[in-house]
Design a protein around this ligand. Sequence first.
Ligand SMILES: [Zn+2]
Length: 233
Amino acid sequence: MTYPGGSGNRLLARLPAADFDLLMPEFENVALNQDTVLLRAGDPTEHVFFPHSGAISLMVEMANGQTVATALVGREGAIGSLSVLGPSPSAITAVVRITGTASRISASRFYAAFNKSSAIRVALQNHIRATLIQLQLGTACNALHPVKARMGRWMLHLLDHIDDDVLPLTQETLAHILGVRRPTVTLLMRSLRASGAIKSDKRGQIVIDRARLSIMACECHATMRRQLEEVFR
Ligand SMILES: [Zn+2]
C-alpha cells in the first residue's frame, strides 16, 4: 500500500493524502480467496475491506437455505463500510467470488477516521450511491427479465472485475448468485454455449465471448455500468 493515486481501490485512490493517512497506519493487506466469507448475516461488522482487485457478492439467504446475490463489490467499493451508519448486525453475507487483494481496517478505527474526514465521508456517499444503483436496477431486473438474461448480466458484471474473458466460477456458484436450482444453470449454460456466448465451461472455468454475451444479456448491465461510472466521474 502506498499513496492514494497508487491504490487499486477507487474510493481510496480519490482521497487526498492527508485523509488517506488517517487510514493507512491501520490498514492490513489481506488476500481475498475465492469462496471466503468476509462478513456473515447476523454478525456484527468487525472489519471494513477495501478491495484492490477481485469481486465479492452480497448474498441474502432465506429461511429454507435459498440464496441470491443482491450486489457485487470490487475495487470501486468497500465491504462493511455501512457500519458507520450505526452498530447493527449485518443484513447480508459477503462472499469472495473472484480472488483478489484488499486493505482491511477495524470498523471502529474506520468510524473514527470517518468522523474526522469530510473526504472519507464523501467517498462513503459515493459508495452508498453506487450500491443503491445496483440494488434498484437489480430489483427491477429480477422482477422483469428472464433468468437467462439475468445470468448474462451477472456474468458481464463479474467479468468487469477481471482482466480476461475466463470466469472462474462453477455452475453451483452461479445458481447461488442467481437464486435458481443448479439444473436450471446447466440448461442455461447449454443454451448460451449453443449461441456462442459461452465458448466452453469446464472445471469451473467459463470462457466467454463478451460481445455475444452482451447481446444475450438484458440492458441492465450496460445501464448499471454507465450509472456507476457517473458516480465516480
Ligand atoms: Zn435485467
